[in-house]
Design a protein around this ligand. Structure first.
Ligand SMILES: NC(=O)c1ccc[n+]([C@@H]2O[C@H](COP(=O)([O-])OP(=O)(O)OC[C@H]3O[C@@H](n4cnc5c(N)ncnc54)[C@H](O)[C@@H]3O)[C@@H](O)[C@H]2O)c1
Length: 254
C-alpha cells in the first residue's frame, strides 16, 4: 500500500483542515506529490510544514471562483508536470430555518459546495485524460437524504452526488473515473461546536449503528482507495462512509 501513489500528482482542496488535511496526509504517506489548496493561507502553511517540501505545493485559491480554480490546476501541472487525481473536498455549511436563509447564505453554500466541484472537474479534465486519472468528490450523507434545517447544504451536496454520476458517464470513455464519498458527522473544523455538545453527540451515537461519529482519517482512506488503481472498475459511485446511517429506513432505535 505504501507506494500506491509514487510519482502521481494529487490536488486536494480544503486541505488546511479536517477531511482535506487527513486526505492530503494519506496521499503523501503513500508517495504522492501533493498540492494542498485552501482559501486560508496561514492554516495551509501550518499544515504543509509537516509535509516533505520536495513533493508538496501549497496554493491559496477560492474554489467558488472559476478563474482561481483554473489557475490552481494550471499551477499544479506547471510545478509537477502532470495531474493524476483531483479531490474536490473544500466545503462550507450553513444551517437554519429555510424561511430565514438569506440570498448570501444560499449563494455561498451553492458557490463553494456545488459550483466549486464543477469548476475543479472542468479544469482538470484535459490533464486527467492524459494520465487516465480520477476525481473524488467529498459529498455527504446530506446529499443522499434530507436533514432538518440544512436546506442549502442538502441542495448543494445533492448536486455533487448527481454531478458525480453525470461526469462518470461523460468521462468514462476518456479513461477518467469520477466517484464521491458520503460521510456522516465527522470530527473536523466544520463541526467543532457540535463536538462540544455532549447531548447532541449522544443523539448521533444513538442514530449511527456503529455508535460514534466519524474521524477524518476514516474518510481519507476511502478517498485514497477510490483514487487508486485498487478501484479501477469503480466510477459514478457515491460511497457511504457513515457508520451505517444510510442503512436505516428512519425508524427510531427500539
Ligand atoms: N465534518 C462533517 O461532518 C462532514 C460530513 C460530510 C461531509 N463533509 C464535507 O467534507 C468536506 C471537508 O469539510 P470538513 O468537515 O473537513 O470541514 P473543515 O471546515 O475542517 O475543512 C474545510 C476546508 O475547506 C476550506 N474552504 C472552505 N471554502 C473554501 C473555498 N471557497 N475555497 C477553498 N477552500 C475553502 C476551509 O478553509 C477549510 O480549511 C466538505 O465538503 C464538507 O461539506 C463534512
Amino acid at each position: 500500500m505504501k507506494d500506491r501513489f509514487e510519482g502521481k500528482v494529487v490536488i486536494v482542496t480544503g486541505a488546511a483542515s479536517g477531511i482535506g488535511e487527513a486526505t492530503a496526509r494519506r496521499f503523501s504517506s503513500e508517495g504522492a506529490k501533493v498540492v494542498l489548496v485552501d482559501r486560508e493561507g496561514k492554516a495551509l502553511e501550518k499544515v504543509a510544514g509537516e509535509f516533505p517540501s520536495d513533493r508538496t505545493l501549497t496554493l491559496v485559491a477560492d474554489v467558488s471562483d472559476s478563474r482561481s480554480v483554473d489557475d490552481m490546476v494550471a499551477s499544479a501541472v506547471k510545478r509537477f508536470g502532470r495531474l493524476d487525481v483531483l479531490v474536490n473536498n473544500a466545503g462550507v455549511h450553513v444551517a437554519g430555518d429555510p424561511a430565514e436563509i438569506t440570498d448570501e447564505q444560499w449563494r455561498k453554500v451553492m458557490a463553494t459546495d456545488a459550483d466549486g466541484v464543477f469548476f475543479g472537474c472542468r479544469a482538470a479534465i484535459p490533464h486527467l485524460e492524459k494520465t487516465r486519472g480520477s476525481i473524488v468528490n467529498t459529498a455527504s450523507v446530506s446529499g443522499t437524504g434530507g436533514d432538518w434545517e440544512m436546506s442549502p447544504y442538502n441542495a448543494a451536496k445533492g448536486a455533487v452526488v448527481n454531478l458525480t454520476r453525470a461526469l462518470a458517464m461523460d468521462l468514462g470513455k476518456k479513461g477518467i473515473r469520477v466517484n464521491a464519498v458520503c460521510p456522516t458527522l465527522t470530527r473536523t473544523g466544520m463541526t467543532e461546536d457540535m463536538m462540544e455538545d455532549k447531548d447532541l453527540l449522544a443523539k448521533f451515537a444513538e442514530r449511527i449503528p456503529l455508535g460514534r461519529v466519524c474521524e477524518p482519517r476514516e474518510v481519507a482512506v476511502v478517498i485514497a482507495f477510490l483514487a487508486s488503481e485498487d478501484a479501477s472498475f469503480m466510477t459514478g459511485a457515491n460511497v457511504a462512509v457513515d457508520g451505517g446511517v444510510s442503512a436505516s429506513n428512519g425508524q427510531p432505535p427500539q
